[in-house]
Design a protein around this ligand. Structure first.
Ligand code: ZN
Length: 53
């Protein structure tokens, strides 16, 4: 399962932790901030994580 270190974009209301997530992929590497800043996990990431992807 390609889980990655949790990251988020400053303007994003959610954080991502799965590299299959399209919304997460849209965040350029240089704009990824480490951690979740107390934000909720992105829905797509949550689904991918549940599916074990
Ligand atoms: Zn995501």
């Amino acid at each position: 399962m390609p889980k990655v270190f949790p990251f988020h974009a400053a303007a994003d209301p959610v954080y991502h932790d799965n590299d299959q997530c399209k919304k997460g992929q849209e965040v350029p590497l240089e704009r990824r901030l480490k951690g979740n800043e107390g934000k909720p996990l992105c829905k797509e990431c949550a689904e991918l994580d549940q599916l074990g992807k």
